[in-house]
Write a protein that binds this ligand. Structure first.
Ligand SMILES: C[S@@+](CC[C@H](N)C(=O)[O-])C[C@H]1O[C@@H](n2cnc3c(N)ncnc32)[C@H](O)[C@@H]1O
Length: 462
């Protein structure tokens, strides 16, 4: 058990090095993440480890900070930031940067790479319009270890089943033993760099678009304000900032303002910030909402999937549309009441699956990948006709309209309960398997992540 003054010392050290705030009730978290380091170094216990930290072992400090980071990420996370990029930011930039043909994007907490690679895949779809352009996607993170994974672009079965449409998996990934590797072409579009958000940003240069998602939540208010202020200084008047679903600039920084009627996307609070056309985006969002309400109507996205129309290669069959396409239940026990239920344990093998995501009823054969075991982003149970409330179970989920999660949601450091009412259609992630509250679009999505604070670092960190 860690002594209070040891906790005080380590939490101060971590905050000063990274901005990460650890409140007193996170003692268990600190212990569970530091014990493996102590063991690896042959130290008897945490007292010895903290002694070494007090002695100023710099490598150890770095290792401890890295261990305390939460690297949760997935492809096309939250959908909206990627729809907004595709339908608002990119069309604007394609016009506005036409004279320079140069676009710079910064993923400021890139983690294991899913965010920058999601952007790179979208940009790849626009390659004919962007021929001759130089596009820089810079992914930075404080964690050296997670950047090694990002550079390798290797993902587990579980990771490619979270948010990544199967068409993009087929198009951009190759199977490597029991993992999937994103293509060298897409990897080559992203530059990674170890970088601490507490450091001076100026050496990074200017960025037209900044994704700083799901990292500010770990910082205190002055640090958030400071980071936002310094990000704004790197951006031109017509730049765009993306924050995570639980993050905002409101009450924290007046350098940015929310884009009208949208969440998570911000413009500079400057006279030069342009009016942008939201028509295409709102059409797609309305279609996605209607599709979710109809239980997978034509052309609509599943929550957590892509709301933009699928490119041709992702469309299956002859385009027969139906809102209630039958899907095999893939061996799950999901039952539906008024909610559309996604099974948590689909096999990602060779079964033939009908996918209402694209509104088609034709059969799609999935790539053979052996035995997938976790909640699939691609599966829905058969014949479900939801009423707008969508429930995804976790890894072992039996589901009803309250959505029992089969795995435990890892709460971010320093945040409270895992559930909460979101506005504007934010997908909700519940806490630890409790019944879910839903946002205004009625979408509820139990997480399929596990609680690292209880089980140590996930595989990608070991
Ligand atoms: C939860 S992940 C977010 C990943 C991605 N942006 C997303 O939304 O899916 C947070 C990342 O922030 C990184 N991080 C934490 N503190 C940081 C700091 N001071 N500077 C840079 N990165 C930091 C962590 O290492 C972690 O990979």
């Amino acid at each position: 058990m860690m002594k209070p003054d040891d906790f005080e010392f380590v939490s101060r050290l971590i905050k000063s090095k990274s901005g990460l705030v650890l409140s007193q009730d996170k003692t268990y978290l600190l212990e569970s993440r530091l014990m493996p380091i102590a063991r690896k170094r042959g130290l008897k216990d945490l007292t010895e480890l903290i002694g070494a930290l007090r002695g100023g072992d710099r490598n150890l400090v770095e290792e401890v900070v890295d261990a305390m980071t939460t690297n949760e990420s997935f492809f096309f996370r939250d959908t909206k930031p990627f729809d907004q990029f595709r339908h608002v930011v990119l069309p604007h930039m394609i016009k506005a940067r036409a004279p320079k043909k140069h676009l710079r994007i910064w993923c400021a907490a890139a983690s294991s790479g899913q965010e920058p690679y999601s952007l790179a895949m979208i940009l790849d779809e626009f390659k004919s319009q962007l021929a001759g352009w130089r596009i820089d996607i810079v992914g930075t993170d404080i964690s050296r270890e997670i950047l090694t994974k990002a550079r390798a672009g290797l993902y587990s079965q579980f990771e490619v089943q979270r948010g990544l449409p199967i068409g993009l998996l087929v198009k951009y990934f190759q199977k490597k033993e029991d993992q999937w590797q994103i293509s060298a072409d897409i990897r080559g579009k992203v530059q990674y760099k170890e970088f601490n958000l507490l450091e001076d940003f100026r050496p990074l240069g200017q960025f037209d678009v900044v994704y700083c998602r799901n990292v500010l939540i770990y910082f205190d208010q002055p640090t958030k304000s400071d980071v936002l202020s310094r990000i704004s200084a790197l951006m031109p008047d017509d730049g765009f900032l993306f924050l995570g679903g639980a993050e905002t600039v409101l009450g924290i920084s007046d350098k940015f303002k929310p884009l009208a009627r949208q969440r998570g996307i911000y413009q500079l609070n400057r006279p030069g910030a342009p009016d942008v056309d939201l028509t295409a985006l709102e059409k797609v969002q309305a279609g996605a909402a209607a599709g979710a309400a109809a239980g997978g109507a034509a052309g609509a996205a599943a929550p957590g999937g892509l709301a933009f129309p699928k490119p041709k290669h992702m469309q299956t069959g002859a385009g027969t549309t139906t809102g209630t396409a039958a899907r095999p239940a893939a061996g799950t026990t999901g039952t539906t009441g008024t909610a559309t239920t996604r099974p948590g344990t689909s096999s990602f093998g060779t079964q033939s699956t009908q996918r209402p995501l694209g509104g088609t009823t034709s059969s799609t054969t999935r790539p053979t990948t052996g035995t997938g075991t976790t909640g699939s982003a691609f599966s829905r149970p058969s014949g479900s006709t939801g009423t707008g409330s969508t429930t995804r179970p976790g890894t072992t989920g039996t589901t009803g309209s309250s959505g029992t999660a089969g795995s435990t949601y890892r709460r971010p450091l320093g945040t409270g309960t895992g559930t909460g009412a979101g506005a504007g259609g934010t997908t909700q992630r519940p806490g630890t398997g409790s019944s879910n509250t839903s946002g205004s679009n009625g979408t509820t999505r139990p997480s399929t992540t596990f609680d690292r604070s209880r089980f140590g670092k996930p595989d990608d960190k070991k």
